[in-house]
Ligand binder design. Sequence first.
Ligand SMILES: [Zn+2]
Length: 233
Amino acid sequence: MISALLDFLFPRTCVVCDRRLARTEHSVCASCLTSLPRILYKGGEEHGRIERLFWGRVPVVRATSALRYDSEEVRHIVHTFKYRQQPYVARDLAEVTADELSATDFFDGIDALVPMPLHYLRRYKRGYNQCDYIAEGIRRVTGIPVVNGVLKRVRNNPTQTHLQINEREQNVANIFRVVHPERLENKHILLIDDVMTTGSTLHAALQELQHIPGIRLSVFTIAYAGMMEQELV
Ligand SMILES: [Zn+2]
């Protein structure tokens, strides 16, 4: 009743096509959702590439992304939840994705969702961490608890966008620290980020986390941009 009234007073529109959303739709309309370029978990070339990103670096049990970043619509969605003060878009999209992944083994055995932290200055400036919202979307579907405050970002690294892969790795070295490791001891955690490119930032975080006794690591991101890099090379 209240949501119907709010809908009437403040019509919600699709982030992608700007059409009015039905009451059952959230952030992105059903028609746009269908046309977004999905990455099939265990079903395609991109998923294979994502898993290979971590080979020989840190042992990762499972890794996947929801969408391909080489799509104007996906880039627009990410930009909206990251920079336009609409973090709930990240939560809504994560919820849809988690719902689909629930039909697979992706969440099997996962004990905790760990959002990639922002440096506190960046978080203060933005007012939120979009990864908290992605984690919340997954929690709503799976019931897996979110654990914050163990992985800390201690350095505010400059943007990675224009760096080569080896420069990226140096750029992110020592930017994370683990505090209260006992909270994740013997747990299988899902590390959550917004966009994965070369995996360097994720790798830096995983390297810190892997020292926790008995920990197992999996990775989820909303978008995967790796194919863009490869096309540029
Ligand atoms: Zn739409």
